[in-house]
Write a protein that binds this ligand. Sequence first.
Ligand code: SF4
Ligand code: SF4
Length: 69
Amino acid sequence: MAHIKFDTDKCKGCGVCADNCPQNLISIDEERMNALGYRPAVFVDPEGLCKGCKICAEMCPDICIEVYK
Ligand code: SF4
Ligand code: SF4
């Protein structure tokens, strides 16, 4: 099962990764702020739907996503 990890304290909460995940597995965490003062992206995949396609990582302008397969 693939999964992703964020460098949460570099995330600017732009939502580009969330908008481009074909499985809709990324959302913006409205409950917390990171070190930069942004609401960071979070990965939620209880059903193991991530295919490791890397679209999220390739789209992130701040290079904060690593994909593990
Ligand atoms: S690797 Fe692909 S399926 Fe997995 S979270 Fe990123 S965009 Fe979504
Ligand atoms: S694209 Fe990058 S900077 Fe933007 S919300 Fe996603 S992880 Fe954060």
